[in-house]
Design a protein around this ligand. Structure first.
Ligand code: NAI
Length: 217
């Protein structure tokens, strides 16, 4: 499996498999057929088989999938077996919300520090994690081997701060600022835009209403 290219489309679906399998494990389910998993997840059984066949040997004819094994293997593929140390830049509303979400730690995403330019925040903590001023960022990132930078600052400063983080050794950016960062290819960027998700929701609401109107005619 080492070194094998898995398509991005499959990678995007893996966290959802991971979540469902985690729930099955919690409920004491030891094995599941692709048909049963398909019913739960509302995707076709053939999609599940195709996706999971990428990793080879997880499923067995007539037995189904070993839930624990599959959960562990997908966790490994997603890099969840090791910790990822992170900092949040921007201790405003969104920064607070993310810092307060303790469940990230359960998956190995460990928040080490929070940074801001607002001096009134200096020395405060969120869920026990201290807020530092930006002039401490370089030493902090280097001394703590920070891997992920989370950007929850206004877009006007996002590119500058992202470049700073990268120059200090950060390898990956979780970007919430509404701007594209255009970082070097070896920096991993995951953009999260809740408003885009809302727009998709809005699109589907409009479509649903159209369908309803048509069926009333
Ligand atoms: P906010 O105004 O509550 O917080 C922003 C924080 O960033 C403030 O504490 C401010 O002092 C700090 N800051 C400003 N410049 C900085 C710099 N150069 N270095 C470090 N800290 C700096 O804003 P909120 O609501 O938390 O939103 C933050 C950003 O996230 C905004 O750009 C907003 O548009 C975006 N956002 C994105 C969402 C998404 O889905 N991607 C959802 C909600 C907000």
């Amino acid at each position: 499996m080492e070194g094998r290219e898995i398509s991005q489309a499959v990678i995007r679906r893996l966290p959802r498999y991971y979540r469902y399998l985690g729930e099955l494990l919690e409920n004491g389910v030891e094995r599941i057929s692709s048909n049963d998993l398909s019913k739960k997840m509302h995707v076709t059984a053939s999609q599940i088989r195709q996706d999971l066949n990428n990793f080879g040997g997880f499923g067995q004819q007539g037995y189904g999938y070993n839930v624990k094994y599959l959960y562990t293997e997908i966790g490994k593929i997603l890099g969840l077996e090791e910790d990822h140390d992170m900092v949040i830049i921007g201790a405003g509303n969104l920064g607070h919300a993310l810092a307060n979400y303790a469940a990230f730690e359960k998956r190995g995403f460990v928040l080490k520090g929070i940074f801001d330019v607002n001096p009134t925040l200096k020395g405060m903590t969120i869920r026990g994690v201290p807020i530092h001023m930006m002039d401490e960022l370089e030493d902090f990132v280097k001394n703590n081997d920070i891997e992920i930078g989370i950007l929850t600052i206004p877009k006007a400063k996002a590119i500058e701060v992202a470049n700073q983080l990268v120059s200090y050794g950060v390898k990956a950016i979780w970007n919430f600022a509404h701007t594209d960062l255009n970082l070097p290819d070896d920096v991993i960027v995951e953009n999260v835009h809740l408003s885009e998700s809302l727009m998709r929701l809005s699109y589907n609401i409009s479509r649903y209403k159209e369908e309803q109107k048509k069926s009333e005619k």
